[in-house]
Design a binder for this molecule. Structure first.
Ligand code: RAM
Length: 929
């Protein structure tokens, strides 16, 4: 008996041991789950989502045993408990493919407000399956105007007859509120809300979000974006109150060079719908309607984007967003039904947020006022914490730079007052920031504070505001000025991605200039996760396209002058193509294909025998123009024809990717015909510009857009070099030519010339503005100089991203990372070091497959490089080398590593193909003579 039980025990132990070792063994074989799961253009577990059939993307983990994906499976369910085995909405089944990004949802149709759950599993190159990923979710917003039971509401603010600085109608900010009682316990609550204007909302005295100026800026007469908030935690049982402030914003404020487009016709309004799911499963709803009350007698007296905000603390309305407040003296709002002509659609990118805090670096005191220097040109608002005396008015002014005599330089704000006022209701420290305006500045001037107190740097903090994206690319080098240039590029991005891509953030403009966007877009895509930002704005571009196919100067179009410009309207072909090339997602091409065709059609209408007569801003702000014109010296017809060809070609390429063979043939043929006509019209038989002024930009356009027959290209390149040489080895390019310089010089084998231009210290050059103290990119190559002061033209923004377009070349060629196949599925690592200028450079980037990074260093005649290649990609690497000297990879000879493929070798370079992983390369290097 005793023995029996012992042996039984022993047997059990053996079985246990066997089981444990088995599980341990299986555990070891299990591959870590996929990571960074996102939907559509990169959203993580969004609510209020805009797209009922999104795509799914994930990344493979960086681990031994995971090089590539051989298959995936996605499951989608209405309830997390159903995953993975009983997915009721979609089971993709196991798909044998290496596709790990942009996989289209093909399940049951989803409806407004629906929340769904999903997860993914992959199989590696050896067909081993991973764990299931964590469960992710997304929840749709209200997709259709019919989903809105609420009404637009507001007060007739136009009737108050308040007139602004430019004789424009001012709508006083409104305070709108509603108390309501819930009969039951709430399980979850959603607030769907938007405004004709900009809003801020609170429930039961608590802020619903820290979004800045929601809902953002779209062509409001066609589409207004709606925002969804999860407000479950703010709702109380029984009595509740919602309060919404609404101001003019872009919708009803002063915009463009006209007084305002919409303010004459439409007063600011809000619409909102609170939807509750009760604990007993029942549903309740509270909507904006005529039962709401409102007042314009609140503390924010005025708020205009260009002109600033006035706040009177004496008029604060205590507890107005709580239930302990009586609104019996408030007015009844006017209610208007939802109009089908204006689509209400969930926002398709992130809201603006205060993302960075900048501390004051220096205080400058001058007669009665005090200037806070943040030492960085930025966009957003100041948070002031300042002692004041009751009844005094604090005046806040802004400037991007000081004049040489120390005074504020505000000429370049033009008519934008950009001034805030705060009227104190008591003695003591006031803490305040404006809510419905923003400023572009480095300096903040305060007056009207309690002068008996000693000024302190913490009186002013700069809150940097931009669309809430992650910065996911980095660049650094051994040269301080190049690093400053990178910093200026990034600050240009932060400063001008304020819900839409703007030309500048400070003066009476701040509009979505299409040309600037076209020029800077590619660089922005390297530095930050801006796919959703661009895809969203491209929707506005489509909506703004004229009947005849033309694309307006600015989007949203607030100029309403029906005018187009070559190189500006082409944003509709260039941005989608560039996004596709960087992401590999064909959706951006599908969405924009018709618009591209329409635009090329417009080019055709204004051309005769393929030669364009489209006018426009030409090579805008080209330096040292012979004719003194902001439009530069390059022929407008040459520019128009070149962009006609470029857009036709990109439309052809798009058709090819989308499998539209007929369209591909048609547009490719068109491109070739335009190129032929371009060559015949503007170039002689030697490849020299004829009949129009010869400029750097004319050659750049011809070469970058591939518009010359091969036999002329060599000569054209020589003439371009001649133009550069004649300009004392300096650039002479404006908005359109500048982004092409690096591409053409690089392709021409003239990398050294490009380095020379990039590292030039004298005007016109990138470093010139840095030498004058720039902390952002300027609108003009000479916006300011220490010798001559400010450029006399008041169109002189000191935060204008266009010339930051050089960033693309810095990342792709100095650091050496570029896509070789759309979406970085195949990565090209090919840095072009030049020791006359640099001994190190490094960059890193988030691709759809994970981080790729590259950094190189040259010391003692040795070149070394560290490279990281993410899973599920391959990389082609070009490394400089000397003669037959041996290249060492991870301290081994090339021939010793069987996974590395030698592609080609020459005296100067060796080209290899590598698999995902981290590598170190060392090779002897010949320092530049
Ligand atoms: C000014 C700005 C803007 C440019 C237009 C043509 O408004 O410089 O950036 O695109 O002109």
């Amino acid at each position: 008996m005793y023995y029996k039980s012992i042996s039984k025990y022993f047997l059990r132990l053996v079985v246990c041991f066997f089981l444990i070792s088995q599980t341990a063994c299986t555990k070891k074989q299990t591959l870590a789950a996929a990571q960074n799961l996102t939907i559509a253009e990169g959203f993580e577990n969004p609510i209020g989502f805009y797209e009922a059939s999104p795509t799914f993307s994930w990344k493979l983990p960086n681990m031994d045993g995971v090089k590539n994906q051989s298959a995936y499976q996605i499951v989608v369910a209405s309830n997390p408990d159903l995953l993975p085995d009983q997915a009721d909405l979609w089971n993709s089944e196991k798909q044998e493919t290496d596709q790990s990004a942009w996989v289209k949802y093909e399940g049951e149709a989803l409806k407004s407000s629906q929340k769904v759950y999903w997860q993914v599993k992959y199989w590696n190159q050896d067909k081993e399956g991973s764990d299931w990923s964590e469960i992710q979710n997304f929840e749709l917003g209200l997709l259709d105007n019919d989903d809105w039971k609420a009404q637009w509401i507001g007060l007739p603010t136009k009737d108050e007859g308040v007139i602004g600085s430019q004789n424009n109608i001012i709508h006083r900010p409104q305070y709108l509120r509603k108390g309501f009682e819930l009969s039951n316990e709430v399980a979850s609550a959603r607030l769907y809300i938007t405004a004709k204007g900009v809003f801020d909302v609170a429930i039961n005295g608590k802020d619903v979000s820290d979004d800045v100026m929601p809902p953002g800026y779209t062509p409001y007469h066609k589409r207004i974006e709606t925002i969804t908030y999860d407000v479950s935690d703010l709702i109380e049982s029984g009595q509740n109150t919602i309060g919404v402030e609404v101001a003019s914003g872009w919708h009803s404020g002063r915009l463009g060079w006209m007084k305002s487009y919409w303010s004459d016709t439409e007063t600011p309004k809000i619409i909102c719908q609170l939807e509750f799911t009760m604990k007993d499963g029942s549903k309740e709803m509270v909507v904006s309607d005529s039962s709401w009350k409102g007042t314009t007698d609140g503390p924010i007296r005025l708020s205009e984007i260009y002109d600033g905000e006035t706040y009177d603390a004496n008029l604060e309305i205590h507890k107005w967003t709580t239930s302990n407040f009586s609104d019996k003296n408030w007015k009844a709002v006017k209610a208007f039904s939802v109009d089908d002509k204006i689509r209400l659609e969930p926002k398709r990118h992130t809201m603006v947020k205060s993302r960075i805090e900048l501390k004051t670096q220096e205080i400058i005191q001058r007669d009665g006022s005090i200037i806070f220097d943040l030492k960085q040109n930025m966009v957003g608002v100041p948070l002031v914490k300042i002692p004041m005396k009751k009844g005094d008015t604090l005046k806040t002014r802004f400037a991007e730079m000081l004049s040489p005599d120390g005074t504020f330089y505000t000429d370049n704000y033009r008519t934008a007052q950009s001034t805030n006022y705060y009227i104190a209701d008591k003695d003591g420290v006031v803490e305040w920031m404006p809510k419905f305006t923003f400023h572009g500045f480095r300096y903040v001037e305060l007056s009207g504070y309690d002068t008996s107190e000693k000024p302190s740097k913490d009186w002013v903090t700069g809150l940097v505001q931009y669309s809430d994206f992650e910065e996911n690319g980095t660049f650094t080098s051994s040269n301080d000025k190049l690093n400053q240039l990178q910093s200026n590029i990034v600050w240009g991005l932060r400063g001008n991605f304020f819900d839409i891509p703007t030309d500048c953030p400070q003066r009476d403009e701040r509009m979505g200039w299409t040309g600037d966007a076209q020029v800077f877009g590619p660089t922005s895509m390297f530095n930050a996760d801006v796919y959703k930002f661009w895809a969203s704005w491209m929707q506005s571009v489509r909506e703004s396209q004229f009947e005849n196919g033309g694309i307006p100067w600015v989007v949203p179009d607030v100029l309403f002058n029906d005018k187009v410009s070559a190189g500006w309207g082409d944003v509709c072909t260039i941005i989608p193509w560039k996004i596709y090339y960087r992401t590999g997602d064909t959706k951006i091409l599908e969405e924009n294909f018709e618009t591209m065709k329409g635009w090329v059609g417009y080019h055709e209408q204004v051309s005769k025998d393929y030669i364009s007569s489209m006018d426009g801003f030409a090579d805008w702000l080209q330096p040292l123009p012979a004719n003194g014109d902001n439009k530069g010296d390059t022929s407008h017809s040459l520019i128009g024809t070149a962009f006609f060809a470029r857009s036709a070609k990109l439309t052809a390429q798009t058709a090819e990717v989308l499998g539209k063979t007929e369209d591909f043939k048609k547009f490719n043929e068109l491109y070739k015909n335009i190129a032929k006509a371009f060559d015949a019209e503007f170039f002689d038989e030697n490849g020299k510009v004829k009949g129009v002024t010869s400029t750097q930009t004319s050659y750049l356009l011809a070469l970058a857009f591939d518009l010359l027959p091969e036999d002329k290209q060599e000569n054209a390149k020589k003439f371009l070099l001649e133009e550069i040489n004649n300009a004392d080895d300096h650039l002479r390019t404006g908005f359109l030519g500048t982004p092409l310089l690096s591409q053409v010089l690089d392709e021409t084998g003239q990398v050294d010339v490009m380095y020379k231009l990039l590292f030039n210290e004298t005007y016109p050059s990138w470093f010139y503005s840095i030498n004058q103290g720039a902390t952002t990119i300027w609108e003009r190559w000479n916006s300011y100089s220490k010798e001559e002061g400010f450029n006399p033209q008041n169109m002189n923004s000191l935060n204008h991203y266009a010339y930051g377009a050089i960033g693309e070349w810095m990342y792709e060629r100095i650091a050496g990372i570029s896509p070789l196949e759309a979406g970085y599925k195949v990565i090209k690592i090919a840095p072009v070091p030049n020791t006359n200028y640099l001994t190190t450079a490094a960059a890193s980037l988030q691709t759809p497959y994970g981080t790729v990074s590259n950094s190189w260093k040259i010391t003692d005649n040795q070149f070394s490089m560290e490279t990281q290649i993410p899973p599920n990609t391959t990389a082609k690497i070009t490394i400089p080398k000397i003669g037959n000297e041996e290249l060492l990879i991870n301290n081994q000879k090339l021939t010793a590593i069987k996974e590395i493929k030698l592609l080609s070798t020459s005296d100067d370079f060796i080209e290899i193909e590598i698999q995902p992983g981290t590598y170190n390369f060392i090779t002897p290097y010949n320092q530049k003579k």
